[in-house]
Design a protein around this ligand. Structure first.
Ligand code: JFZ
Length: 420
């Protein structure tokens, strides 16, 4: 019962082309970390006397800051507290399966050592080091697949880049020239200088036909055939699908896909945004996305000094603690075999069904409808407390203990024989 009666927006683009041969690690990873980090992180949503809530990385656009003026932010961009090993360690302890960081966002500033542009952290900032070199190495040391977000079309710094119409006349723009002179050469740098990449995360396509996009992809592929390209490369040519920000499909979706979420209300750092998702929310979100067959990529927005918001560290580590106990119900699973229930959702592995209990029924009697295969055991993950259960035709009933091991999301493992 996959993607039945689904509106077009959910099913479109799924498996329209040959699957990339390197998708399995991505499908199994389930939990990714997105990092938005750039000059906007130093501004934190503030420009002159105004403060802007919402997406911090869109500040230049929101305040219509001229490129020449915005450029000066780089003069004092000096993330001295950036610690690649610590970032990778925190990600590891949080149970993260892959990391994707902004190499260049719409502002046009390269957060790595680029020979293609002087508007990069090596040439334009006092920092004089390449944080992406350090981070890619630290992730490799932790065994975390590493990838770059790259804004291939929007570039508010370049006269020929997409998006900036407050400085530059849209009609005079030569997008192909921008692709030829900055975008593609930079993508080649990223695919050449940072070891094997798990993902290039394109965003906001524009300025290219489908054929031109295909040509760009083909030339980039030769550098790293194993690297996955996200759907926002455009024209349905990506290797996996991304749902719009903060979307979880209502029923299972086939193929490889990801839901992306901010941790607070913005991708890029906003100093006064404290609306962080608590560990319980993250854990339920992660199990919800997994129950539909996808990955959750959760974002962190470090500040201009290179520190993560304290709540992001704290809540991610709490999520990691949960994953230590319940990880087998997330990693390497497929979508659940039972549709979402009032009490929660399910995920699955071979002959195993995981019941993610978010809201236990008042009387403690958990009803699992449509359970046809023969159940052989029901246990609480990470607990020795026995549970009573019985199987009726097409329904499994489980009596939950009075106190659950984890009130945010307790997981039960159902072993069964035959096919469900
Ligand atoms: C883009 C960026 O503009 C934004 O700054 C951030 O990096 C985010 C992850 O991606 O924003 C988008 C792009 C596509 C959709 C929504 C926001 N979409 O398809 O719904």
């Amino acid at each position: 019962a996959i993607a039945q009666d689904m509106p077009d927006m959910w099913t479109k683009g799924a498996a329209t082309q040959k699957e990339h041969p390197n998708l399995q690690w991505f499908k199994d990873a389930k939990f990714g970390l997105f990092i938005h980090w750039g000059l906007y992180s130093k501004l934190g949503g503030n420009w002159k006397d105004s403060s802007y809530y919402g997406s911090g990385e869109w500040l230049q656009y929101r305040a219509q800051i001229p490129a020449a003026e915005y450029e000066q932010v780089a003069d004092s961009f000096n993330p001295v507290d950036f610690d690649a090993a610590q970032w990778a360690q925190t990600a590891k302890d949080a149970g993260i399966g892959y990391m994707v960081i902004t190499a260049k966002h719409h502002e046009g500033f390269s957060m790595y050592d680029s020979k293609v542009s002087d508007f990069d952290i090596m040439d334009a900032s006092p920092y004089k080091k390449d944080p992406m070199k350090a981070l890619s190495a630290a992730c490799k040391a932790q065994g975390i697949p590493f990838g770059f977000y790259y804004s291939q079309f929007l570039d508010w710094h370049e006269p020929n880049g997409g998006g900036n119409n407050w400085d530059f006349d849209e009609k005079k723009k030569d997008y192909l020239r921008y692709y030829r002179e900055k975008s593609v050469p930079q993508l080649k740098e990223l695919l050449t200088n940072y070891g094997p990449l798990g993902i290039v995360w394109f965003d906001m396509p524009g300025g290219l036909t489908k054929e031109q996009t295909r040509q760009m992809i083909d030339s980039l592929r030769t550098l790293q055939p194993g690297c996955l390209f996200s759907s926002r490369v455009g024209h349905d040519l990506g290797d996996y699908r991304d749902f719009g920000d903060s979307e979880v499909p209502p029923v299972p979706i086939p193929g490889a896909w990801e839901s992306i979420y901010t941790h607070n209300d913005s991708w890029g750092f906003i100093a006064h945004d404290m609306n962080f998702k608590a560990p319980g929310e993250i854990i339920r979100l992660l199990s919800n996305v997994a129950s539909k067959g996808g990955n959750l990529m959760l974002n962190v927005g470090p500040d201009g000094t290179g520190k993560w918001p304290a709540y992001s560290v704290q809540y991610l580590l709490a999520t990691g603690k949960w994953l230590k106990q319940y990880g087998e119900s997330i990693y390497g699973t497929t979508h659940g075999l039972i549709p979402a229930q009032p009490w929660g959702v399910t995920t699955a592995k071979k002959q195993r069904l995981y019941l993610h209990v978010w809201t236990p029924p008042a009387n403690g009697m958990l009803r699992v409808p449509y359970m046809k295969a023969k159940v052989t055991s029901v246990t609480l993950l990470g607990s020795t407390t026995p549970v009573k259960w019985k199987q009726l035709p097409e329904e499994l009933q489980v009596q939950l203990p009075a106190t659950l091991p984890d009130t945010r999301n307790t997981v039960l493992l159902v072993n069964y024989t035959g096919t469900q």
